[in-house]
Design a binder for this molecule. Sequence first.
Ligand SMILES: Nc1nc2c(c(=O)[nH]1)N[C@H]1C(S)=C(S)[C@@H](COP(=O)(O)OP(=O)(O)OC[C@H]3O[C@@H](n4cnc5c(=O)[nH]c(N)nc54)[C@H](O)[C@@H]3O)O[C@H]1N2
Ligand SMILES: Nc1nc2c(c(=O)[nH]1)N[C@H]1C(S)=C(S)[C@@H](COP(=O)(O)OP(=O)(O)OC[C@H]3O[C@@H](n4cnc5c(=O)[nH]c(N)nc54)[C@H](O)[C@@H]3O)O[C@H]1N2
Ligand code: SF4
Ligand SMILES: [Mo]
Length: 766
Amino acid sequence: MNRRHFLKMSAATAAAMAVTATGDVGGGNLFRPATARAAIGPETGSMGAKEITSVCEMCFWRCPIVGKVKDGKLIKIEGNPKSPVNGTRVCARGNSGVQLVYDPDRVKTPLKRVGARGEGKWAKISWDEALGEIAHNMQQVKKKYGPHALAYFDHGASAEFMRGIFKAMGTENFTSEPAFYQCVGPAALAYLNTVGYVTTGTRQYNDMGHAKAMLLVASHIGENVHVSHVREFIQGMSNGAKLIVVDPRFSAPANKAHIYLPIRPGTDTALMLAWINYVIRNNLYDKKFVANNCEGFDQLKTEVKGYSMEWAAGICDLKIEDMKAAILELAKAAPNVNIHPGRHATWYGKGDVGRHQSYAILTALFGAVGVPGGIYFPTPVKLGKAECPEPEEVETAEADPSMKEDSEYPFSSIFGTTTRDIINAALTGKPYPVKLLGVNGVNIIQTLPNPYDTMKAIKNLDFIFCEEMMAGETALWSDIILPDSVYLERYDGLYAYDGLTPYLTVRQPVVKPMFDVKSPYWIAQNLAKKLGIKGYTCKDEEEFLNEELKGAGLTLAKLNSRGGLVTYPGNPYRDPKKLKVGTESGKIQLSVEEFDDEDLDAIPKFEPTPAPPKGYTRLVYGRAPMHTFSRTMNNLWLHNEMPENKLWLNDKVAARLSIKNDEEIILENQDGKRSNPIKVLVTPGIRPDTVFMYHGFGSKSKHLSRAYGKGAADGFLMPTVVQAPFIGAASQRTNFVRIIKDGKTLNIPELVAVPNEIPRYESKIA
Ligand SMILES: Nc1nc2c(c(=O)[nH]1)N[C@H]1C(S)=C(S)[C@@H](COP(=O)(O)OP(=O)(O)OC[C@H]3O[C@@H](n4cnc5c(=O)[nH]c(N)nc54)[C@H](O)[C@@H]3O)O[C@H]1N2
Ligand SMILES: Nc1nc2c(c(=O)[nH]1)N[C@H]1C(S)=C(S)[C@@H](COP(=O)(O)OP(=O)(O)OC[C@H]3O[C@@H](n4cnc5c(=O)[nH]c(N)nc54)[C@H](O)[C@@H]3O)O[C@H]1N2
Ligand code: SF4
Ligand SMILES: [Mo]
């Protein structure tokens, strides 16, 4: 097997992913109508407020909510009491949707760039002019360079309709990029080929609430906040589950761990392989489960036999007795053990797929598939199909070579073309030039590593437009900005959740749209008209939603009369004697033959990521509980909670450098790129060879009056990108920094020795 074979195979697996892997990507069939905004939910009334059920989009976990509206103004958001697991709870961000609607910095009308790209100078224009200009440029670029020169980067619910327009123009260069190529991609590839489905879909299909023990490798739950996920974690802990946390930083869950393993970053696969070997050698695995349901056990046993606990302790810089105690706790709980599949997986590029394969293998060895506490199977909710034609897809021009087919990264499946391939095509003109970019719901300057490449690529374009609510960095670089309605102002269709308790709910407008903004459906519909593309012809949303609801035996009115949400019985668990999974053979693949290629392996090997160059430390990042990436930085309430990020610096390192808590410094990376000023959090809660910051801060846009210049942006320190084999997902933990204080450059002392087996990063500059 090799890449070619894999490309063919991925067409089949794509179908499996379509069912389960909506992930961060806009879920299902979406519909936003142009006209009626009347179909509002029950008016139960609380203190005179009207209550309207809907769905949150402060992040894409999409919790069911209730908006409380008084005198036409949204005053409060709570969880929909009918929501399984969540109940009336929302997180800080869900609550602060109120401040998104009323943010004075919202983009209020269509804008056209008048200064240079990146300068952020615009003139107001009409919708007719804005859409006319976009249509003209799309047609020109297609005529001059072919349809493939059009590309589209999207993320989230608002972005689906515009994707239909790009498809209809004949390009396949669209990518639900951040949600896949910067997030779950490597994990999805690993689990799909091991257990036959993607465990990081619309829900994380891991049953922490019923686990007797849990392993979190990174997965900083509590800082990473998805309401039901956090609640399931708490449920497991309250029931007495043992918790093992592996993280170079003392994270929120590390604080609750029975055993905390402060691992050397980039060495997790070494730990996992040593554990797998230990479990096999010591007969701690579920023999019946493996014999009945798994393929490749003998190869696995042979392949991992060299990975000893002693060896891993040195590589990972961990105590061997802690490592043993941890694996014994997990084994004791089997099969009701949760080896968390993680979510954000694009850490080191090479080795990211193998790391997640190793989690899946350990899960299978413990028989923790389809049982309480383990990973479980999603239960899809049946829906009807609405007759509201999408634009007709056009055959791609034969003259253009397909970027996908020629890509080094064939696993693009339904997630479109690999993001880096598109950026590279815009940078180099190879395999053909990309000349027009549409961006929707993704802030590509903050989201893709190496923003310097992204900005250079944008300079090479003939045209770039975005659909946005806030004028963040990507808007600064756009020729036209189309102002989108906020999720609380629009329909987005039905959301069917396939977790432990499946449910169906609907996003509907809670308040009328502010300013001269339009819904994503209206925008796509009217751009289609300008381009002469047929499609998006539905007359109104109620008709559409009712069509879809027919399959579930419901109507919109009925759904609203039932509190805007209905639940269904779930089917998450299976009889381990009759297990059939979605791999080609129907068995769990402990060895993935399709991965047997020059730079991926059927059974993962430990591939060390380079250690910091002398004088530098590794930069890692994570989630602030009250923020979602860059998108919430300007939100009044959330900004007040955390206006800036801080650099977590080990206390011993800080003492050597005479850096005090809250002192302001600048970071310089291995290529001489510098950060905004950032305050230091001096703490014993991080390893001496690692620094950490929350992502999303350090806004470069003056149009975000609260967020501008507050804290530092991690991505601007990440020019070095390593792409994962087969998938091209781009690494984000392969860059290093040192500190500049009062204009003086301070080298980071090396307080932990690096074993010979781990190579050093070789700097390209002196
Ligand atoms: N509040 C909030 N919650 C969110 C989001 C948000 O924006 N805001 N975003 C959501 C999304 S899309 C995602 S993908 C998830 C991401 O959340 P996770 O999937 O939990 O992210 P990770 O990168 O696995 O975890 C971050 C942790 O990795 C640790 N770490 C760094 N390097 C290493 C290493 O080499 N080994 C180990 N073991 N640990 C390491 C860091 O110290 C940090 O604590 O969060 C989701 N939840
Ligand atoms: N350096 C670094 N990069 C990362 C990560 C990291 O931790 N560090 N995390 C990675 C991960 S796991 C993920 S999932 C991605 C997330 O990447 P993104 O989704 O790009 O995250 P945001 O920065 O929130 O950018 C979202 C943009 O969409 C806009 N937006 C929000 N809602 C809507 C809407 O309804 N309509 C429209 N039109 N626009 C909307 C927001 O204003 C914002 O500009 O980032 C990845 N990139
Ligand atoms: S986790 Fe918070 S921000 Fe995300 S959807 Fe739920 S309430 Fe909204
Ligand atoms: Mo993500």
